[in-house]
Design a protein around this ligand. Structure first.
Ligand SMILES: NC(=O)c1ccc[n+]([C@@H]2O[C@H](COP(=O)([O-])OP(=O)(O)OC[C@H]3O[C@@H](n4cnc5c(N)ncnc54)[C@H](OP(=O)(O)O)[C@@H]3O)[C@@H](O)[C@H]2O)c1
Length: 259
């Protein structure tokens, strides 16, 4: 590829699908993608959050379309892809961001129902979306990019976080395996492993002075992160700026896992 000084961060004409795009990290990613010109479907269970996000970002160059979907349900995932394609066209950028963290606590207190639910929402959702979306990317010979929002918990076990770490580690290996298999079709697959980011999801950690202090103390930048700091990485991975990057786990964690 010829080196260029022009920015390739424009996503004009691209179609993106962001699960969990109505709040937290997914909302920040949606804003960046739509600001770069992509048309974005945002999907999660609560339509009111999705609609509020679409309304808040209505002035951005890219359209934002909310579609209700429980990502743990196969029929709803199939409907999501069908609806996305009929309203915007085939997907170029898939962001697997929705996740749940039930079953936080000692390993022996977790049960199979929790395990099944965590696998359904955190892993099978991505597995199913990839199976529905990637064949069309291959057929269209247009490349494509998949971004899996994993966690540093998928790299290191965390106290009381057995099921969460297990599912995020699974997502990391799906990322690398898909990258290997889809690379010849110029479809790039990367993961982002956020550290502690200030959202509702992680409130039980950052509102706890002791646990927040521990994180800040073991992190070179000495603080927790904000959603926009994860969204910047997602925009990079979605764009041609990262055209030679695949199969990578991008830690956005203030340096926590670097030590
Ligand atoms: N915050 C952190 O410190 C942190 C650190 C590492 C990784 N992460 C990862 O970052 C991602 C986003 O988390 P966040 O911090 O932004 O959390 P958040 O603000 O709680 O957002 C979670 C999103 O997932 C959606 N979701 C949950 N269950 C769903 C289901 N069954 N079907 C469809 N959507 C569902 C939620 O929407 P609905 O409620 O409308 O369904 C919401 O949009 C997750 O993958 C999380 O594991 C977060």
């Amino acid at each position: 590829m010829t080196p260029s000084t022009n920015t390739t961060l424009s996503l004009q004409g691209k179609v993106a699908l962001v699960t969990g795009g109505g709040r937290g990290i997914g909302k920040a990613i949606t804003r960046r993608l739509a600001a770069a010109g992509a048309n974005v479907v945002i999907a999660s269970r609560k339509m009111e959050n999705l609609e509020a996000t679409a309304k808040e970002f209505a002035a951005l160059p890219g359209k934002i379309i909310p579609i209700a979907c429980h990502v743990g349900r196969k029929d709803q995932i199939e409907n999501l892809v069908k609806e996305t394609e009929s309203r915007l066209g085939p997907v170029d950028i898939l962001v697997n961001n929705s996740a749940t963290n039930i079953g936080q606590g000692p390993a022996l207190n977790t049960d199979e129902d929790m395990l099944d639910k965590m696998i359904e929402v955190n892993i099978k959702s991505a597995f199913r979306l990839v199976k529905l979306i990637v064949p069309k990317m291959i057929e269209r010979k247009c490349g494509g990019t998949i971004i899996n929002i994993a966690s540093i918990a998928g790299l290191r076990p965390q106290p009381g976080g057995l099921l969460y770490s297990f599912t995020k580690a699974g997502l990391l290996m799906l990322t690398r395996s898909w990258a290997q298999e889809f690379g010849p079709h110029n479809i790039r697959v990367n993961a982002i492993a956020p550290g502690l980011i200030q959202t509702d999801f992680s409130e039980f950690l950052w509102k706890d002075d002791k646990r927040r202090g521990q994180y800040e103390h073991s992190t070179p930048l000495g603080r927790i992160g904000q959603v926009e700091e994860v969204a910047g990485m997602a925009l990079y991975l979605a764009s041609d700026e990262s055209s030679f990057v695949t199969g990578q786990i991008m830690a956005v964690d203030g340096g926590f896992t670097a030590l």
